[in-house]
Ligand binder design. Structure first.
Ligand SMILES: C[S@@+](CC[C@H](N)C(=O)[O-])C[C@H]1O[C@@H](n2cnc3c(N)ncnc32)[C@H](O)[C@@H]1O
Length: 502
């Protein structure tokens, strides 16, 4: 909450100065919904993690190992087993990193980190007005007609965008970089998807925060990118859908908007060879200032430090400009592998969740009879399941096995398999309303919590099936048949098992 307070003050103070200030906008901490109501989280959609708070170890409460954190879902207050200790409510509690505004040269206003930020840390939520895609398009055109050059509309999902032009959090000031230190991530918060800015690497205090607008951005005018990265793609959001639909160019003396030979991309793969256009904004540090002192006073705009520098507030202490110092940001091979594998893992995870969420996947899951499919008993491909699998006659197998432990093992595995199947069946009954709702309204989806339970139950069932089949195969191979073995007591059974087990 400290960060939030600081940001509120910063914004108010900025706007209260006589000097240059960003064009007016309303600072908000929650998305505002214009075309629909804020969704209410249904009880059955609430994801409850299994974390247990240990007072001797404060880190025990909903950290990296929390099931909800793993699926990018915030815990729901009142339901989390860690209660008030839960650390997985960062969007809800506005647990932002300290940051402050500064005026860039050539890229309007930007946002600086006001503290050392750790890799992976939640920096701030991108808040604004949630509008439909159609409205986003209309607004974008209207802004352009009104002469607004800075664009603040980003994608939320296939149907909705967030517009932070009139109302937004300080995240609206984060500029684009083709070699960013932050990224956007979508989180499920109380049933709504929200967009957060997260640090991709450790970010020292006083560094400009930036993320890659590509694919996220519903741009306004086509803007020449001045991030200065060697891998710069030259135009802001050049790969975004909005960019490809843009039909206008700014025609004035501003270098950023005079664009020739604008490239269009169909996809990431089409990206042309990057060129550096050496358009780096030179940063001239404010000489003879004590950085420590500046940092302490960053939210105190009445301090002598700021009044000296008015009217333009430019305080990029230790500011690493958008020009990237290759040596500083050089990643080791290990880092690269880690980054790639993290991205791949997360892509795989998302794909799995998406599959579970999609109607297709939900319909197809049930290859065995369920309460739903009792009458038809067909899988999604339309084939009758009867005959698809060879039935195992457990009773017959057990009658033939001479050793009681072998029989018991098979029967126990069969029981576990039955329980896992029943659990999946009952989950399917619970999931059915969500699927039906999903079919009615494609903005809605099967919640992550349900998808997650679904994956868990499916995995349990698969494991139980595997164990069952393994127990049968193993015992058929190593256990003597009733007819082969003398009918003896259990002690003798054990001896025979050992002998035959070789
Ligand atoms: C979300 S706003 C960022 C804040 C903005 N600089 C401001 O002053 O309010 C996006 C706009 O900032 C400018 N911008 C952001 N990153 C830029 C970059 N790398 N190069 C040039 N302009 C940039 C563009 O005008 C863009 O439409």
């Amino acid at each position: 909450m400290e960060g939030l307070e600081e940001q509120k003050d910063t914004s108010v103070n900025n706007e209260g100065q006589q000097g240059e200030a960003p064009p007016p906008y309303k600072l908000i901490e929650r998305n505002e919904f214009l075309h629909r109501k804020h969704k209410k989280q249904k009880e059955e959609d609430i994801a409850i993690c299994e974390c247990q708070y240990d007072s001797n170890n404060p880190d025990s409460a909903c950290g990296d190992r929390c099931l909800n954190v793993f699926t990018s879902t915030e815990c729901t207050p009142g339901y989390c087993p860690c209660g008030s200790h839960c650390k997985n409510q960062r969007f809800q509690k506005c647990e932002y990193a300290a940051s402050r505004l500064f005026k860039t040269e050539g890229r309007g206003w930007g946002l600086l980190s006001g503290e050392n930020i750790k890799a992976g840390q939640f920096v701030i939520e991108y808040c604004g007005e949630v509008i439909s895609w159609k409205e986003a398009k209309q607004r974008s055109q209207a802004y352009e007609s009104a002469g607004l050059k800075d664009a603040y509309i980003i994608y939320l999902n296939a149907d909705e965008s967030i517009d932070a032009t009139h109302k937004g959090s300080l995240a609206r000031f984060i500029n684009h970089s083709c070699q960013p230190n932050c990224e956007t991530r979508k989180w499920n918060v109380l049933g709504e998807v929200r967009v957060g800015i997260f640090a991709m690497q450790d970010i020292p205090a006083g560094t400009e925060l930036a993320y890659d607008y590509n694919f996220e951005w519903y741009g306004g005018a086509i803007v020449r990118c001045l991030c200065g990265a060697s891998c710069c793609s030259e135009f802001l959001g050049a790969k975004s859908r909005g960019f490809q639909e843009a039909t206008y160019l700014w025609d004035d003396n501003d270098d950023r908007y005079s664009v020739e030979n604008v490239p269009l991309y169909d996809s990431d793969d089409d990206e042309p060879t990057s060129k550096s256009h050496n358009a780096i904004i030179p940063y001239i540090p404010i000489a003879e200032r004590d950085n420590e002192e500046l940092l302490r006073n960053t939210d105190d705009f009445d301090s002598p430090i700021f009044s000296q520098s008015m009217p333009i507030v430019v305080e990029p202490i230790n500011f690493a400009p958008m020009e990237i110092d290759e040596a500083k940001y050089d990643t080791t091979e290990e880092d690269t592998i880690y980054l790639e594998s993290t991205q791949q893992n997360s892509a795989k995870k998302s794909a799995m969740i998406s599959r579970i969420r999609s109607n297709h996947a939900c319909r197809n899951y049930h290859t065995e009879s369920s309460p739903l499919s009792k009458s038809s008993s067909r899988n999604a491909g339309g084939k009758s399941k009867i005959g698809m699998r060879k039935q195992i006659d457990v009773k017959l197998i057990c009658e033939r096995l001479a050793i009681s432990e072998a029989r018991e093992e098979i029967l126990a595995c069969e029981e576990t398999k039955k329980q896992a199947t029943a659990r999946l069946d009952s989950l399917y009954d619970k999931i059915r309303p969500a699927i039906e709702e999903h079919e009615r309204d494609n903005q809605d989806s099967v919640s992550t919590s349900v998808a997650e339970k679904w994956i868990e139950a499916s995995c349990c069932k698969l494991k139980a099936e595997f164990d069952f089949h393994y127990a049968i195969c193993k015992n058929i191979v190593i256990t003597p048949r009733v007819c082969d073995a003398p009918q003896v007591d259990n002690t003798v059974d054990e001896v025979i098992l050992l002998e035959n087990g070789h």
